[in-house]
Design a binder for this molecule. Structure first.
Ligand code: BG6
Length: 498
């Protein structure tokens, strides 16, 4: 997989994501000889920093955050091509200077280079950056070659349907859709990519993957961390905008979509959009309301007292931001009619675990109906995204002995056991794919809008309600009682995840 010669510019170079994920991802690609031989990195930010200081910052980040130890020889080789460009995001002059600097790099390389812009800033400056890329001539088209400029845009991709549409419009004013890579790092996770293989390369699952056999699907993305120092961002966002609308929804789309006609980017993305379009609007009121939101209160995490959301740094005293959301989606298509898809995500839950659980229906209860001897579990296929990546199948077995009694047992496949534990991080895969020009694992414009179409009425109704109806759960629990009740309505229960 060879990437063309590239200059990558990271907007938001002093941000957390750059330090923790982007710089380590680029370095690890270098370690695996996956960076092009001609490769340059420019950090872009408002604060003036000399090149040498930025290089030293990157080195410190690598020592702290790289999944593999820093190899000074390899880093020494890349370091001279790492630089920093200071400028405002709304300053056309700074973009003209950036262009001159990039063209100089290109001239010195003696060949055409791909220009890749990674926008990892707060969303408030997405617009000026995109407009300045366009007006300075940095959004090069080079049609028909792989040297056109490309742009990667971090989440959040808008706040609602209108802002997502507006952002798509601004992007497509400057770039063609094939140059645009809307990132959702969950799609770069190994286990998420494995979903297509699990579903479509194994003949035992595919025939059962529908309303005839599946009782419900539960998707959990739980974190034990709180908002930490990100209160300012998080309070504007909440669990729904931060996780449910994007990461969790991607898991739903890949779990439920039809088989694509090929593994090509458009084929897969077409199926995801088709699926999203079949999802019914959430019911927002009354007994059958499909949504629950809650905020964490004080509680114990691993035996240590943790503060409630309202006591966290930078959280306004009247905040109605949800740190937990649970939703029930109905998909009105041939495959899934009548099968509830439950989604939940939250901070400060009992444990960090992301998983997709497909719960199958029970067989007819004729043979094993005596509850004193048989406790039959529903067969459940659990795809564990993280940590401890793998797949588990829950089934029923006879307990050895002279009597016929049953017990639920588990069949495990663990990535670490089979393949070793040093798998690439999501950002490595995604940045490489973008350099190469493979947009399969990125989100298309129409997909963002379809997904926001489902979430916008919910967010608007919560905003109107303020704190009314907002539930609470203690840190270290599995969420509010109201989320359990949501499932009880249809005789289901949340799985004990992990
Ligand atoms: C980010 C969210 O997109 O994903 C964070 O903004 C969250 O709030 C993070 O913690 C979770 O990512 P991962 O890969 O650790 O599950």
């Amino acid at each position: 997989r060879g990437a063309p010669p590239t200059v990558i510019v990271i907007f938001g170079a002093s941000g957390d994501l750059t330090s923790r994920k982007l710089v380590p991802a680029l370095y690890n690609l270098g370690l695996d000889s996956l960076l092009p031989s001609e490769f340059h990195l420019l950090g872009y930010g408002r604060k003036p920093i000399p090149d040498e200081e930025f290089q030293a910052n990157c080195e410190r980040d690598l020592e702290k955050f790289s999944r593999r130890p820093l190899n000074k020889d390899i880093w020494g080789h890349v370091k001279p091509n790492v630089g920093y460009h200071a400028g405002g995001y709304d300053d056309p002059k700074a973009f003209t200077e950036l262009k001159e600097r990039m063209l100089k790099i290109e001239k010195e390389a003696g060949r055409d280079l791909q220009f890749l812009f990674y926008i990892s800033t707060p969303p408030s400056v997405f617009k000026p950056i995109l407009e300045n890329l366009g007006s300075s001539g940095l959004a090069r088209h080079h049609d028909g070659t792989d040297l056109a400029s490309k742009v990667i845009i971090e989440k959040p991709f808008g706040r609602d349907l209108d802002t997502a549409k507006e952002l798509n419009r601004i992007i497509t004013d400057q770039f063609h859709e094939h140059q645009v890579y809307r990132i959702d790092h969950y799609l770069g996770k190994e286990t998420v990519q494995d979903l297509l293989v699990l579903r479509f390369a194994n003949s035992i699952f595919e025939p059962l993957w529908n309303r005839n056999y599946v009782d419900c699907v539960q998707i959990t993305v739980a974190e034990s961390l709180g908002v930490g120092t990100r209160g300012g961002y998080y309070d504007q966002s909440g669990a729904t905008r931060d996780m449910l609308q994007n990461h969790t929804m991607q898991l739903l789309a890949l779990t439920a979509m039809e088989a694509p006609v090929s593994l090509g980017a458009e084929a897969i993305r077409d199926e995801k959009v088709k699926l999203l379009k079949a999802i019914q609007p959430l019911r927002l009121e009354g007994e059958n309301c499909d949504a629950v939101r809650a905020q964490y209160g004080e509680g114990l995490i691993d035996g240590v007292r943790a503060p409630g959301y309202m006591q966290e740094q930078d959280i306004p005293q009247d905040s109605s931001t949800e740190t937990y959301g649970a939703l029930r989606f109905s998909i009105d298509n041939w495959r899934w009619q009548g099968v509830p898809f439950y989604l939940r995500s939250g901070k400060r839950l009992a444990r960090r675990v992301s998983e997709i659980a497909i719960r199958f229906k029970q067989p007819p209860g004729i043979l094993f109906s005596d509850p004193t001897r048989f406790d039959l579990a529903n067969n459940t296929l659990v795809i564990q995204i993280q940590p401890d990546e793998g797949t588990t199948l829950l089934m029923n077995s006879k307990i050895p002995g002279l009597e016929t009694r049953t017990q639920a047992v588990k069949m495990h496949f663990r990535y670490a056991t089979t393949f070793g534990s040093n798998t690439p991080e999501a950002y490595e895969r995604l940045i490489l794919d973008c350099m190469i020009g493979d947009s399969t694992l990125f989100i298309r414009g129409d997909e963002t809008e379809t997904s926001w179409g489902l979430y916008t009425p919910l967010l608007e109704s919560w905003q109107e309600l303020g704190r009314k109806g907002l539930q609470s759960y203690p840190c270290g629990s599995w969420g509010p009682l109201a989320a359990d009740k949501l499932l009880w309505q249809s005789n289901h229960e949340w799985r004990r995840a992990g």
